[in-house]
Design a protein around this ligand. Sequence first.
Ligand code: GDP
Ligand code: MG
Length: 629
Amino acid sequence: FPCEVIRNFSIIAHIDHGKSTLADRLLELTGTITKKDKGLNQQVLDKLKVERERGITGLSLSFSMFHEKNGTNYLLNLIDTPGHVDFSWEVARSLAACQGALLLVDASQGVQAQSISVFHVAREKGLTIIPVLNKIDLPAAQPEIVALQMQSTFGIDPADVIQISAKSGKGVEKVLQAIIDRIPPPVGDPSVPLKGFLFDSSYDRYRGVISLMSIQGGVLRKGDKIASCHTRKKYEVTELGVMHPEEVPTDCLRPGQVGFVACSMKESAEAHIGDTFYRVGHPVEPMPGFKPAKAMVYAGIYPVESSDFLKLEESIKRLCLTDRSVEVTRETSSALGQGCRLGFLGTLHLDVFRQRLEDEHDANVIITAPTVPYQIVHRDGSTSLVSNPTDFPDPLEFASGGRVRAVLEPIVKASIIVPEKYFSAMMDLCYEHRGTDLDWHPLDPPGQAGAAPAGEDSASTATATATATTDRVLMRATLPLAEIVTDFFDKLKSRSSGFASFDYEDAGYEKGDLRKMTFLLNHKPVDALALIVHAKAVDETGRYWVEKLFKIIPRQLFEVPIQAAVGNTIIARRTLSALRADVTAGLYGGHYERKLKHLNNQKESKRKMKKVGRIDLPQEAFFDLLSSK
Ligand code: GDP
Ligand code: MG
């Protein structure tokens, strides 16, 4: 296949706008899978369903298809991009393997936050954008209005917009034509040194890492010895071919082609998205813009039963074989014992990992509150990253003469799209979470229902029928990442009745007025509970957690003060009164007692108690404390 007949493209869309359905229809229309071939079809569909977790489960949606036009057979490579904001840096990398992108927008939902962020990435890369409106079969579809929205938001000519129903297949043929006609072929020279661009990877228990590569120059063959520009590690190619849609081995991959490559790569962590490979002995200039994955959310993971640590560590290691982007180190907590500190790309990533630990490894774990990485600037000018609240400097170290000059925290630029009637609720939400640089404008083109001045009758009918697609506002704000890793997204959804869509991108580090808050039981700090809190939120946070601890911790035989502190200053305090010895049996431990009794084994129940100072704390108390937000 010469370059002229190759088209490399991806589908960019907000979640649920129909990317998987369209991909499936394209495979069908090109005969890559057949409608009758139900088994395979179902298989491909299933693959597509877990696509949200892609990049985590290692399942890929990249396929090659053939399509004939005017007697020429074209090779179309659909290159997948992850659908979630946690993986936005990977989206940018995957798009580097394409020359064009289908911008897919749900005609009943309109442009959403993720449509916008991915669009900008694609435009920056100079890709040809083919606007596609999906779900025109739905009664609520408003293709004309949404097309105008795309014009005002993206500068797209409504005449270029293709209207389809991925579900029924209507209009999908036009999409294929547009891919061939509008997207330029890749450029690549078979006679130059090999340059392979790794844009995705998956893990196979028997063969190790399977990489998806786009060949930018030269020819890659089985048996070739290749090396990574990033790590300089060397590998031998054992197998290669195209995804059609399953792996089909071939002799070689030529310039402009996209295919799978199995080589002697053992761990997913070695497959860096965006890395460039060259033939050993013939180094090349790497593709620009590469940066390794960086964890943005950290949490400690501990077994509920301390004796299960080795088993837990083994499970975590196994999961990491298939997940290239989790950072793992061991850590020890005086309250929780031996555990691991894990770094994730974002909170969704953390949630999926936790879910997999529980589902696939039957692990019962305690996860400490998520923390973002803080940059500590020392007096001598050096900097260090802190990803565990325990390591955060104490107030004394900030004082003149102390070793710390400042603390920087990661911040993000957020975009929120929301119907106008929820606008003020979203403003409040942003301000509550230390939002700054708030800026907004209406999303609807002038003259449309949304932007029209409110004539009594016309306005009310418009809002009643179409809150989802008209009268919407695009808001932008700068927020500390720490503010959105907890319950921001849940609040965003509930305060907008589910209508708000949200996305964010990295915006570097900024100085933050932050404090380390510690919690003391009977005057002893409990390391696993330490938090980093903004100066203004200290009082509220202290009171909230002390109250929560007060409710969860069982009474002891002696009085137990529960305190929240910043340095030596006590922020909040409650005192658990002592139990009288004669009523111990009746009251002690409340429902924990019942749980333990159920085990009917005194020794085992003893082991489950964690000693913090002189206090016996059931492990479940930590679980209750940390598992609910
Ligand atoms: P993705 O998250 O972008 O991959 O979206 P999916 O392809 O999973 O589609 C999300 C939902 O929209 C599914 O329930 C699909 O059946 C449905 N859907 C996709 N395309 C169409 C369409 O053209 N018309 C209708 N009515 N529903 C569609
Ligand atoms: Mg999907």
